[in-house]
Design a protein around this ligand. Structure first.
Ligand SMILES: NC(=O)c1ccc[n+]([C@@H]2O[C@H](COP(=O)([O-])OP(=O)(O)OC[C@H]3O[C@@H](n4cnc5c(N)ncnc54)[C@H](O)[C@@H]3O)[C@@H](O)[C@H]2O)c1
Ligand SMILES: N[C@@H](CCC=O)C(=O)O
Length: 530
């Protein structure tokens, strides 16, 4: 055994085996009642008081504020937050930097233990977090619960992975030497999560970074500040030392300045292609005083396609496409927004989609409807704009309208559009809403061509009973997460490491065995033996 540098305090032989957190069964009346009570309790905690920006234990004044509202009922304020701007970046980074010396010197076991304790507390308080996801992100109960379960999974998975990595040894000992490879933290990082998985992705990126000994400045999405605040409070309750996660609610201005700060060594970003590419470019500009090349971990948008082959089980395909396209109202990077159907079954398949879409009940997530509102007024206008534009060249066969005026909630009907070709902007640009385009393919070769005819490469699926076609898709369908005969959403930590090709990101594979490497630098140490 190598003894040059003892990175850990105990052996990893008794590590628990990772298992995904089970989802709640809301058809059980008792569990449904717990969920209702949690929502009522969360609503009773809403306050008009502003949450301050606190840096290094000091309250800071801010010029602007963030007002987070319920997208199902925009008149309901969920939280008001002091909003950090560029002037607050130096103190935020100083807070993280100060904490780095002691946090990075902790054993991996100690850091992992914090994540494991946070996972258990989150499990205990699952309904409370589900309730915030319903109220602030507009998720129905099942989607909220999946977000919370994924957060628990990330915490436990990364805790176990970190311990394994701390014990990883190079397999080859050079003759006459003792050789070791150790994984060290990078330093201070910026964590910039999106609004749509405001618990799982925010917690996953943050905790992957800190379990490796880094400290971070976390700037959540301005649409979902409360969920991040509640999670950081939970970490503090579990013993998170001050400064290891410096929470700053803020908008793009703060995020932008944070990315450019010379002491920020890495940026973990999940969000849109536009912002991700901007961050990529900004991080590449060396700042005066900068001592390292900034690392960017970028997980971006998608334009995900599902191929429905002529020999597919069409019932199963229609169910999978509807779940992938309209789950959480299409607001997933993994959502199916293009279904590519063999022309011989196209019309039959469209009829099956129409029946299923008509059966989707839409309403307030508090009441757990199948579909709900989109994120905010900007999303409402953007999605309606795409639908109106699509109607001029294609045929709307389901939905096609706003269901409410924006002041009554940002509801847009689940919409299916046929008759467009792959090059149409509706089949190329990420809409990020409940809009599905159906594209007819001449044959399987054509279907594969269309599936790859996008700058994105995140998820994809194929429904076919032909082994040969599935094998071809495995080789030729160019996406980071490919699924056979099932929906293209709902990646499970450990089973489906998640990350995209092409403009969908740097393929970081969150929830996979290589993810933590991205938050560390490996040091090779060799000692000459006497
Ligand atoms: N690939 C994935 O794993 C994945 C997962 C979830 C969401 N997404 C994508 O995220 C997008 C939806 O999320 P969103 O609307 O919150 O994305 P977004 O790009 O608008 O914002 C993401 C985060 O970046 C911050 N930000 C915005 N401008 C910034 C700047 N100039 N500098 C630094 N930070 C800045 C935002 O405040 C937010 O915290 C979709 O495109 C979706 O596909 C991808
Ligand atoms: N990991 C999620 C998508 C995250 C993006 O929005 C899924 O697999 O559906």
């Amino acid at each position: 055994m190598c003894t040059i540098l003892d990175m850990t305090t105990s052996a990893n032989t008794s590590l628990p085996v990772f298992a995904n957190e089970p989802f709640c069964d809301f058809s059980d009346a008792k569990i449904a009642q717990q969920m209702r009570e949690a929502i009522q309790h969360a609503e009773s905690r809403l306050t008009a008081e502003k949450y301050p920006l606190v840096l290094n234990g000091e309250e800071k004044t801010t010029k602007t504020e963030i007002v987070s509202v319920n997208p199902a009922r925009p008149s309901q304020t969920i939280g008001v937050y002091a909003s950090a701007d560029a002037s607050h970046v130096p103190s935020a980074v100083a807070s993280a930097s100060k904490a780095f010396a002691s946090w990075s010197a902790q054993s991996t076991e100690k850091r992992a233990d914090l994540l494991l304790r946070a996972a258990s507390l989150l499990r205990e308080r699952k309904m409370e977090f589900n309730a915030w996801l319903v109220l602030e992100a507009g998720k129905n109960w099942g989607e909220a619960d999946a977000d919370t379960a994924e957060a628990i999974d990330f915490l436990e998975y990364y805790a176990l992975q970190a311990i394994q990595l701390a014990h990883a040894k190079p397999s080859i000992q050079y003759p006459g030497e003792e050789n070791q490879l150790v994984y060290l933290p990078l330093g201070v990082g910026a964590v910039l999560p999106p609004w749509n998985f405001p618990l799982a992705i925010m917690a996953g990126m943050t905790c992957a970074a800190i379990v490796m000994g880094n400290t971070v400045v976390l700037k959540p999405s301005p649409l979902t500040p409360t969920i991040a605040l509640r999670f950081v409070e939970l970490l503090l309750e579990c013993g998170l030392p001050e400064g290891v996660v410096t929470l700053c609610q803020g908008g793009p201005e703060f995020g932008d300045a944070l990315v450019g700060h010379p002491e920020v060594q890495f940026i973990a970003f999940t969000g849109s292609k536009k912002v991700g590419l901007h961050i990529h470019a900004k991080a590449a500009q060396t700042q005066p005083g900068q001592r390292g090349i900034k690392r960017t971990i970028l997980e971006l948008g998608g334009k995900d396609g599902i191929i429905v082959d002529a020999d597919a089980d069409l019932e199963s395909a229609a169910n999978g496409v509807v779940a992938s396209a309209f789950g959480f109202n299409g607001q997933k990077c993994s959502a199916c927004s293009r279904v590519i159907v063999d022309q011989s079954v196209h019309d039959e398949f469209v009829e099956m989609l129409k029946t299923r879409v008509a059966a989707l009940a839409q309403g307030d997530p508090v009441e757990n409807f199948a579909t709900g509102p989109v994120a905010n007024d900007a999303a409402y206008d953007r999605v309606l704009g795409y639908i109106q534009d699509g109607a001029t060249r294609g045929t709307i066969v389901a939905g096609g309208h706003a269901k409410t005026k924006p002041e009554d909630g940002y509801y847009i009907e689940p919409t299916v559009i046929t008759g467009l070709t792959s090059s149409d902007r509706l089949c190329q640009e990420e809409i990020f809403g409940p809009v599905l385009t159906v594209i007819a393919a001449k044959d399987f070769d054509d279907a594969l061509r269309i599936a790859n005819d996008t700058e994105y490469g995140l998820t994809g699926a194929i429904y076919s009973s032909s082994e040969e076609k599935l094998h071809r898709a495995a080789r030729e369908f160019h996406v980071g997460n490919l699924y056979f005969n099932r929906k293209c959403t709902g990646a499970m930590v450990g089973a489906h490491p998640f990350g995209g090709f092409k403009m969908s990101g740097t393929d970081s594979k969150a929830g996979g065995p290589d993810y933590l490497h991205l938050f560390s630098q490996a040091k090779s140490i060799a000692r000459k033996l006497a």
